[in-house]
Design a protein around this ligand. Structure first.
Ligand SMILES: [Zn+2]
Ligand SMILES: [Zn+2]
Length: 270
């Protein structure tokens, strides 16, 4: 029995003798099946060809990304906090070297993942660090490897500790969440946004999509609601899902004006 991993989205599935017939995450209209058809790998095979880079992003924040890039190519973030660290988002590869790095940085008290495209091998990480994985209950059906470590929350916000708060923003996924880190950006606050608020090439802006690979936009009402949901929180910086995809200054105003620009484009036809 093996826990197979989808090569295109990086999701690890529950143990089975043969690879699963399909990947529901890739068959969903927000993703795509690889151009050479559905392909599978395993953690062992991945570890033979890839390794993780763990590197500081900012004080109290470390990025963890796989090299060469695998599947969607996101990098996770480890937030160091006095009450315990949060692993924000996740990558598929977890090897002994990475485990030692993360332990040296203080381990993981809880894992929280923005949305199903980064569920990756979350159960492996949960077991390695004896940490729960906090997911929004609206995404239950996208869990491909059920496990008692997965903890589903409901509602619009979930407070953790040290003021760390998960906010359900929806949009890209109904239960898509972001993490507010009040101690981030030297105390001015930070939002760990995955691609729920997507930091774009002009890193003074973010954008919003139902599907990024297939370029399916969100409605004006949804974008307005997402921007309104972050309004009560103070944040200077917005960390996107890839290395260097960061709005470094005036993050809250960046989200506000990005939502206005998006809605304006939809409503005027630009
Ligand atoms: Zn997949
Ligand atoms: Zn996504």
């Amino acid at each position: 029995m093996t826990c197979h991993i989808c090569v295109t989205c990086g999701t690890q599935f529950a143990a089975s003798a043969a690879p699963p017939a399909h990947c529901p995450i890739c068959e969903d209209e927000r993703q795509y099946v690889g151009w050479d058809g559905q392909e599978w790998t395993t953690l062992e095979a991945l570890a033979a060809t890839h390794r993780n880079r763990v590197a500081p992003e900012d004080p109290g924040l470390f990025g963890i990304g796989t090299e060469p890039s695998f599947a969607i190519g996101q990098r996770a973030l480890l937030v160091q906090s006095p009450g315990g660290n949060v692993l924000w988002d996740c990558v598929t590869l977890l090897d002994e070297e990475t485990r030692r790095w993360v332990e040296a940085l203080g381990g993981v008290r809880a894992i929280a993942i923005s949305h199903p495209h980064y569920y990756s091998a979350m159960v492996e990480w949960a077991h390695a660090f004896d940490a729960p994985v906090l997911l929004h209950e609206a995404e239950r059906r996208w869990v491909m490897r059920p496990d008692p470590a997965l903890e589903f929350w409901s509602g619009e916000t979930r407070e953790l500790w040290d003021g760390l708060t998960l906010l359900r923003l929806g949009g890209h996924f109904e239960g898509a969440q972001v993490l507010h880190w009040p101690a981030g950006a030297e105390g001015r606050g930070a939002l760990l946004a995955g691609d729920i608020l997507q930091v774009v090439q002009d890193r003074r802006w973010v954008s919003f999509m139902y599907s990024y690979p297939n370029l399916i936009p969100l409605s004006a009402a949804t974008v307005r609601r997402m921007a309104a949901a972050v309004e009560p929180f103070a944040f200077e910086r917005v960390y996107g899902a890839w290395w260097r995809r960061v709005v470094r200054e005036d993050g809250k105003a960046a989200v506000r004006r990005s939502a206005e620009r998006y809605v304006h484009a939809l409503e005027t036809g630009r």
